[in-house]
Design a protein around this ligand. Structure first.
Ligand code: UD1
Ligand code: CA
Length: 460
């Protein structure tokens, strides 16, 4: 049985008051449209057609995925017209038509919907939900016997009708290809000038065809038309994700101020403090502690890692038992070994720190390879950039770098070597050597009192 999908994403999104197409607005780091595509793909449709119009190029560019085709709706004449635009791209069978601005829908709900549609052999089905207070949705009208007779937009319904019908249209339909012929019978709505897809319900039902609606969990059917709804929907998704991790044994000190993207995974017994953001394809091991105010994106943390307050970690790997922060910045391609320690005000970029390395205070380590158990003194800087090119610093196992040293790359510090505090290292240091590069200290005895007596003589 073949299934095609049409996603409606051409609308202007006027109520968002934005220069960006509505479906590209992000809910927890992913465009709304991408959430809808993610929910649809596991149904293994033979075809996914996205109807674009407003900001078409931007949508195409951002939703760059295999197996998706785009069709352009030249004039935004309504949802009915949008489906007509896509019609020629669909061969036969059932068509799931879904609004691109409803990011909460799940694959599970869609699967159940499809099963019921097929079992009941409907020609048109749609998902609805009961709500007395939400404005702006289409209302499902029924006759005395309870049969669905049509969908009327909120703004076109009378107060009596609004009071009577509190079942709302989710904007998710399954339409048999054969029913698409009703699309050309849809008349332009006289007050809005649009062709409403929802009229297909009335047309098919009036022709005596089987039309059915199925109730769907309300939080999945919410659409985004305004910034307020974007925020409400983001909150619903955030709560849902956090509930899932609570059930799997993760502690959150304050879920209300914690943001976890849907693609993140977290091991059990991990504790997450407030104001933590775990984004993108991040995975956190078991028994970790993430203290307040950190953002971790596209990174992988092993078990028993501690991230101390106000730390930013981007596209990096962190081995078991390591401790990062407070106030550390791991830039992309930082690879931190087991039990390593990266402390206050340390910035790392594209560097590998082997097991047990300590860089506890105030350092910049870029394009570096740092061997096992190396100690990086406070204020150490790898000078990796000469204004044109980047160069590597290699620090072999067991090295001790004294505080406030600059390592001018390219340079290698041999195994077990020592670099004395305050050094500017421009030449390789052989293994086991001590490198000093500072002037010997000179003390001028009684300089202070001598100076004072001189000034007195001059009468100052
Ligand atoms: C629509 C439904 C309403 C339902 C609600 C659910 C209609 C007439 N109304 O209302 O019954 O309760 O969704 O969220 O369908 N779009 C196009 N081309 C167009 C117009 C819209 O592709 O010419 C797309 C939009 O980008 C959007 C979707 O269709 O993703 C829905 O359009 P929108 O204007 O948001 O419809 P609603 O007023 O929310
Ligand atoms: Ca909408």
């Amino acid at each position: 049985m073949s299934l095609s999908v049409i996603i409606l994403a051409a609308g202007l999104g006027k109520r968002m008051r934005s220069d960006k197409p509505k479906v590209l607005h992000e809910v927890l780091g992913r465009p709304m449209l991408q959430h809808v595509i993610d929910a649809v793909k596991p149904l293994k449709p033979s075809k996914v057609v996205v109807v674009i119009g407003n900001g078409a190029d931007a949508v195409k560019k951002q939703i760059n995925e295999k197996g998706i085709s785009f069709v352009l709706q030249k004039k935004l004449l309504g949802t009915g017209d949008a489906v007509l635009t896509a019609r020629n791209h669909i061969r036969s069978g059932a068509i799931l038509v879904i609004n691109g601005d409803g990011p909460l829908i799940t694959t599970k709900t869609l699967k159940g919907f499809l099963t019921k549609h097929r079992r009941h052999k409907n020609i048109v089905s749609f998902l609805s939900f009961l709500n007395d207070s939400l404005a702006g949705y289409g209302r499902v009208f029924r006759d005395k016997s309870g049969k669905v007779t049509g969908i009327v937009e909120d703004k076109h319904a009378s107060p009596e009708e609004r009071a009577k019908f509190n079942e709302l249209n989710s904007g998710i339909y399954i339409i048999e290809k054969a029913a698409l012929r009703y699309l050309s019978e849809i008349k332009k709505n006289s007050s809005s000038g649009e062709y409403y897809l929802t009229d297909i319900v009335d047309l098919a039902a009036s022709a005596g065809k089987k039309v059915n609606t199925y109730l769907c969990p309300q939080e999945e059917t919410r659409g985004v038309n305004s910034r307020r709804e974007l925020f409400e929907i983001s909150n619903i998704m955030r709560d849902k994700i956090i509930s899932k991790w609570l059930d799997k044994g993760v502690t959150f000190i304050d879920p209300a101020t914690t943001v976890i993207h849907s693609s993140v995974s977290i091991g059990k017994d991990t504790i997450i403090y407030p104001n933590t953001y775990l984004e993108g394809s991040t995975s956190i091991g078991r028994n970790c502690i993430i203290y307040p105010g950190s953002r971790i994106c596209d990174s992988s943390l092993g078990d028993n890692v501690i991230v101390k307050d106000s730390t930013l970690i981007e596209s990096s790997l962190i081995g078991k038992g390591a401790s990062i922060g407070p106030f550390a910045h791991l830039r992309p391609e930082s690879d931190i070994g087991r039990n390593a320690k990266v402390g206050n005000f340390v910035e790392i970029k594209k560097s590998r720190l082997e097991e047990g390395v300590k860089a506890s205070h105030l350092s910049y380590l870029g394009d570096a390879e740092i061997g096992k158990d190396v100690n990086i003194g406070a204020g150490t800087i790898t000078c990796n950039y000469d204004g044109k090119n980047k160069f590597k610093t290699k620090i072999e196992a067991g090295v001790f770098i004294g505080s406030d040293s600059q390592l001018v790359a390219p340079v290698t510090i041999g195994k077990g070597a020592y670099v004395a505090a305050g050094a500017t290292i421009t030449k390789n240091v052989p293994s086991g050597a001590l490198a000093i590069s500072r002037n010997r200290q000179k003390n001028l005895d009684s300089w202070v009192s001598n100076n004072k007596s001189k000034s007195r003589k001059k009468g100052k």
